[in-house]
Write a protein that binds this ligand. Structure first.
Ligand code: A2R
Length: 333
C-alpha cells in the first residue's frame, strides 16, 4: 500500500494536545497533505495549516456528521485523557474518553460508505509490569498495565484489533513510548525538570529541583520523530497490526537531569520528593522497534541531546519562557 500521501485528506482528532501541532507540521510540510483537525469546543487552538473543527468524541453523531462533511482519507486519533495521575483521580472520565470515545470513532468509521485508514494511538504504558528478559519490549509481550490510564489504552488496543478483524476496517494501532519536545506540559519528567529550572532562573522558586526516581531508564523519542512514524505507518503499516514507536534505547533519568541542570548558571540542589516516586516503578522500559523499522523503513533521527537543547531554549529567552509557563498553566487547569 505504498501510496503517496500528497493531496490526501488527513483528519487529526485531538489536535490541541502536545502531539497535534507537530503532526500537522509533519503531514502538511513533509507529506503535502490537506489537513483537517478537531479540538474540544471551548478550547483555543489556531493553525493556519489546518481547517479546525470542534468535536467531542463522546458524541457519536458529531463524529458521523464530521466524517461525512470532510470525507478524510486518513484519520489520526490522538484524542485522549492522557494523564496517568488524572486517570487515578478520575477513572470514569478516562474510561469514557479513551475507551468509549475510541469505540464511537471506530463505529462511525465502520458505518461509512468507504474505508478511510485509521491510525489509533496507544501507549508503551500498556505493557506495564515488565519482567526480566522482556526488554527490549516487543509488540507480542504480555500486557500487564499498572495504572488506570494504561488499562484504558490496552483496552483501546484490544478493541481496535477486534474491530479491524471483525469489521474489516483499515486500522493501524500504535504503542507510543515517552515522547518529548518543546512545549510539552510539565506533567512529564523532562518538561517538569525544565520548568523547575526555568522557575529557578526567574527566581520564582529557591534553587532546589525536586525529582523522583533518577535510576529509572526510559525510552524517549523526539515528538517530531514520533509524528513521522505515524505518517510512515499511514503509508506502509499493515491493517490490524500494532506497532511500537520509540527510540529503541533507554536513557537513565539521572543523565537527563544532569544535562538540564548544567544549562543553568545557578547552583541547583537536587532533592528527592517522595511524592514523585511512583510506588511500583519499572527499572527499565525500552521499546523493540524492529517491527516498525522492518515494515516502514522509519528511523528515529533526532538525538536526545538535540531535543533537550531545544526544550532548554525556553530557558534562554524570557518571553518564550513565560509563554511556556503560561502554556503549562493552561494545560494544568
Ligand atoms: O485533556 P484536554 O482537555 O487537554 O483535551 C485533550 C483532547 N480530548 C478530547 N478530544 C475530543 N473529545 C474528547 N472527549 C476529549 N477529551 C480529551 O485530546 C487533548 O487536547 C487531546 C490529547 O492530547 P494530549 O493529552 O496532549 O496527548 P498527546 O501528548 O498529544 O498524545 C496524543 C496521543 C494520546 O492518545 C496519548 O494517550 C498517546 O498519544 O500517547
Amino acid at each position: 500500500m505504498a501510496e503517496d500521501l500528497k493531496d490526501k485528506k488527513a483528519l487529526i482528532i485531538g489536535v490541541e494536545g502536545f502531539v497535534g501541532s507537530y503532526l500537522v507540521d509533519c503531514l502538511h510540510d513533509e507529506f503535502n497533505m490537506e489537513i483537517y483537525a478537531t479540538k474540544l469546543r471551548g478550547k483555543k487552538y489556531e493553525n493556519s495549516k489546518a481547517n479546525i473543527y470542534d468535536l467531542d468524541i463522546m458524541e457519536k453523531q458529531e463524529i458521523v456528521n464530521l466524517l461525512y462533511a470532510i470525507r478524510p482519507d486518513y484519520i489520526f486519533h490522538l484524542a485522549a485523557q492522557s494523564s496517568v495521575s488524572v486517570a487515578w483521580k478520575n477513572p470514569t472520565l478516562t474510561i469514557d474518553v479513551n475507551i468509549k470515545g475510541s469505540i464511537n470513532l471506530m463505529d462511525s468509521v465502520r458505518e461509512l460508505f468507504y474505508k478511510p485508514r485509521m491510525i489509533m494511538i496507544g501507549s508503551g504504558e500498556e505493557y506495564g509490569h515488565i519482567r526480566d528478559g522482556e526488554v527490549p519490549i516487543s509488540e507480542d509481550t504480555v500486557l500487564r498495565p499498572g495504572n488506570v490510564y494504561a488499562a484504558t489504552k490496552a483496552c483501546q488496543n484490544m478493541l481496535g484489533t477486534i474491530y479491524a478483524q471483525a469489521y474489516d476496517i483499515d486500522l493501524i494501532l500504535v504503542r507510543a513510548f515517552n515522547h518529548i519536545g518543546p512545549k510539552q506540559a510539565p506533567l512529564f519528567v523532562v518538561s517538569d525538570f525544565c520548568k523547575q529550572v526555568a522557575e529557578i532562573e526567574l527566581e520564582l522558586r529557591p534553587p532546589i529541583i525536586e525529582v523522583g526516581n533518577l535510576n529509572a531508564k526510559r525510552d524517549f523519542t523526539d515528538v517530531r520523530d514520533v509524528v513521522r512514524a505515524y505518517a510512515y505507518l499511514a503509508l506502509y503499516g499493515k491493517s490490524g497490526e500494532t506497532y511500537n514507536v520509540g527510540s529503541g534505547h533507554a536513557v537513565e533519568i539521572q543523565s537527563i537531569l544532569e544535562k538540564i541542570v548544567s544549562c543553568s548558571d545557578k547552583k541547583i540542589e537536587v532533592r528527592v520528593d517522595p511524592n514523585k516516586i511512583r510506588p511500583v516503578d519499572v527499572p527499565i522500559i525500552e521499546a523493540d522497534i524492529d517491527k516498525i523499522q522492518n515494515t516502514t523503513g522509519w528511523q528515529p533521527e533526532i538525538p536526545i541531546e538535540r531535543t533537550l537543547e531545544e526544550v532548554e531554549e525556553v530557558l534562554e529567552n524570557r518571553d518564550k519562557y513565560v509563554d511556556y509557563l503560561n502554556l503549562a498553566a493552561i494545560k494544568l487547569e
